[in-house]
Write a protein that binds this ligand. Sequence first.
Ligand code: SF4
Ligand code: SF4
Ligand code: FES
Length: 489
Amino acid sequence: MTRMTVQVSRFEPDAGVSARLVPYEVEVHEGARVLHALYAIHEQDPTLAYRYCCGSGQCGSCAVRVNGKPGLACMTPVVDGDVIEPLDLPVVRDLVVDLVPRIERIAALIPGDRAELPDRETVDAMKDRCDCVECGSCISVCPAVAVSDFAGPTAMRQLERLQVDPRDAEDRVVQARDDGLFNCTSCHACYEACPKDIRIMGKAIERLRAEANRRGFTLPRHLEVSDLVRTTGRSVVRTETPLFERIDPVIEPYGPVRGEVAFFVGCMYSMRLPQTALDAIEVLRRNGIRVVVPMEQVCCGSPLIRTGQLDQLPRVMTINRKAFAPYPVVMTMCAGCGATLKNDYEDLPFRVMDINEVLTEFGIEPPAHLSVTVTYHDPCHLLRGQGISEQPRAFIRQVADLVEMPARCCGSGGGVKSGKPEVAAALGELRREAIAATGAEQVVTSCPFCEFHIAGHTDLPVRNITSLLLEAYRKKDEKEAAASTPPSN
Ligand code: SF4
Ligand code: SF4
Ligand code: FES
């Protein structure tokens, strides 16, 4: 048996006081789960309210937050110091949340007059979407649920599963559209939280959006984006002289060549934020990395995939595949492009690396330290789409003081900024509050969509991580120049 102390959130709605964390010392067996600790606490204090049923990951009733992350209490190992709180939903008492309004929005199968059983292939195709145990974890982390009338990730999962089920008689695509299908920012927080690993964005929402597209329900602003890709190869209009008109196709480093990357620039850095891409190129040159920029490259296709407009996808994928085929390492600096190349393109003949991975792998010349406190915004498509979180933080710590804020979607992804601007703005305002709470002087991130959107929701400078590094290199150069200049008499 092991003794440990865990903290549990206690809240009595009628007591008129806020929820508080209470420490409990418990004795549990080796390999115990959070639910075992809750049993032990309940023996000491029978007033603790928590929910469970199967004890084996099958019913979903025991979901709580452990150290801030949703999980099933019966499946999550308990360790000394754990903080156990309810899901981030309206609390009934202690660890029990009110899931009823959310469960009520999960559709039930409505059989038609001539209902047929699904064939084997259909059963296999929808199997993973049937694994849901209705634990509510995905709902509790969904940014779109937090700021809009979106029915929620698992409601969308169910609608997609019913949409392919031949027994069901309802129009689930219309229902999904009316229940907020286009409010999802494609942040993947639901997948990260799901104990059953259901990829709701890719397996349900993007499929429902593709079906909505076939039915003519695509939002007008999303149709404009698709038209832009068709006519210009880019998903945004130019507001600056594009990067491709400012640079040579091969940019040599300063000093010996330590490596080479082919740069997949992306629409935002090409057409709207070319100076940021130029800053990144300077940092790469300074660190001995040759940058090759294939000029034939076009939009990666992410705005098309996320909004369900798949007709041009094979064309843009073919162009990009061909443009980059000669190069062993393709570098992205847009989190959305990187996640799309890594996760949506199949069998690429090259390795795709985000710029944070490139600089980490090659190692960078030490920069100067800037006297500034910054906070870092994790782009969803970098954090959850590519698993990159520590690398940018390591660079920031070399040049600035870093204060953390909770990782949360800024609201710009999934076509939400263009198609549902009110949802994007509401999420941007939540970022404003989180940024202000850190007391930081600047915001640093590593995705053009986040940079652009957050800049509209804070008064602080919003910088790309490579721009911060470049400033630190310039400061280093100034210091060295000053140190080598003889004092004048
Ligand atoms: S991807 Fe993000 S916004 Fe979309 S349903 Fe999942 S949690 Fe909600
Ligand atoms: S989709 Fe996953 S996280 Fe959401 S309710 Fe179902 S099991 Fe829980
Ligand atoms: S008690 Fe049923 S899933 Fe945990």
